[in-house]
Design a protein around this ligand. Structure first.
Ligand SMILES: C[S@@+](CC[C@H](N)C(=O)[O-])C[C@H]1O[C@@H](n2cnc3c(N)ncnc32)[C@H](O)[C@@H]1O
Length: 268
């Protein structure tokens, strides 16, 4: 008997063995973007990015999730940051690394002039520049991040290293430390071993501390990487040290959250 699951496995195998996964992934994004969304009555004049840009960052076009989910996430990040120092409102210069189409940036508490958003995707950056307060720019997939040394006292990267291979993630974390001032903090979200999508890579994750599913189109939502907290700490060291962490099954956002600190400069 051929089950739908078996057919899906065969189709998946065919697509990947013919090297068509990136084409199929982008076509799926375009199809998802055409999904009929619920009318946005409550959100009023929400200045939403077009559906395809929402799909590119969230995996689906639902405007409520785009708006409400992001607001809840920023509130959660703020709470976690407060356990290690001030919240968003107490920061001086903030980098939203992998800002996408400003899903989180639009809810950031405090004056928007202090926000910089960087992303590898020029179309997402272009939408932010035209529609949101703050400064936005394109940055390369591989470090260095397009920002000067010591520019920020807070960097947050929400669901970004979750789409990077190990060496890229390590270089990215090291470079996050470069753009932070001494004593600055970095909030990084990641898929840990307790994430709901981790079971297929559980063995590799336990063995190597890092594992990748759908290893293609790095930086996009196609590639999903998983890392244990211990390995994340090792990848970030010595430039950053862990201040606190919350496992994925204890967060509202659904990914694990770690806050790292850049050691303050030694006093003379
Ligand atoms: C899943 S989306 C999340 C976007 C946004 N942080 C949010 O929560 O809505 C991941 C984003 O990271 C961007 N990205 C991937 N690799 C990056 C890198 N090395 N540096 C900066 N941005 C990156 C992607 O283009 C994409 O916009």
């Amino acid at each position: 008997v051929t089950t739908p699951a078996a057919l899906r496995r065969v189709a998946h195998h065919l697509v990947w063995s013919l090297g068509l996964q990136e084409l199929v992934f982008r076509a799926r994004e375009r199809r998802l973007a055409q999904t009929r969304a619920k009318p946005l009555q409550e959100a009023g004049d929400a200045n939403l990015p077009p559906p395809l840009l929402r799909v590119r960052v969230c995996g689906h076009p639902d405007p409520y999730w785009f708006l409400d989910g992001a607001q809840r996430t920023i509130t959660e990040f703020d709470g976690v940051l407060r356990t290690t120092g001030g919240g968003f409102a107490e920061t001086r210069a903030v980098l939203d690394l992998g800002c996408g189409c400003g899903r989180l940036a639009r809810w950031l508490p405090g004056p928007p002039e202090r926000l910089t958003g960087l992303d590898i995707d020029p179309e997402l950056v272009g939408w932010c520049t035209e529609n949101l307060a703050g400064t936005y720019g394109v940055t390369p997939l591989n470090a260095p991040i397009a920002a000067p040394d010591g520019r920020f006292d807070l960097v947050y990267a929400c669901s970004v290293i979750t789409h990077l291979r190990r060496t890229t993630a390590q270089a990215c974390l090291t470079d996050v430390a470069r753009v932070l001032q001494p004593g600055g903090r970095a909030l990084i979200t990641f898929h840990d071993e307790r994430h709901r999508d981790a079971p297929p890579v559980a063995e590799a994750l336990a063995r190597d501390g890092f594992a990748v599913r759908f290893d293609s189109l790095e930086g996009s939502n196609l590639l999903a990487s998983f890392v244990t907290l211990q390995t994340l700490i090792e990848l970030a060291a010595p430039a950053l040290t862990l201040l606190t962490a919350v496992p994925s099954d204890e967060t509202v956002f659904g990914q694990a959250i770690a806050v790292f600190g850049k050691p303050a400069a030694a006093s003379a």
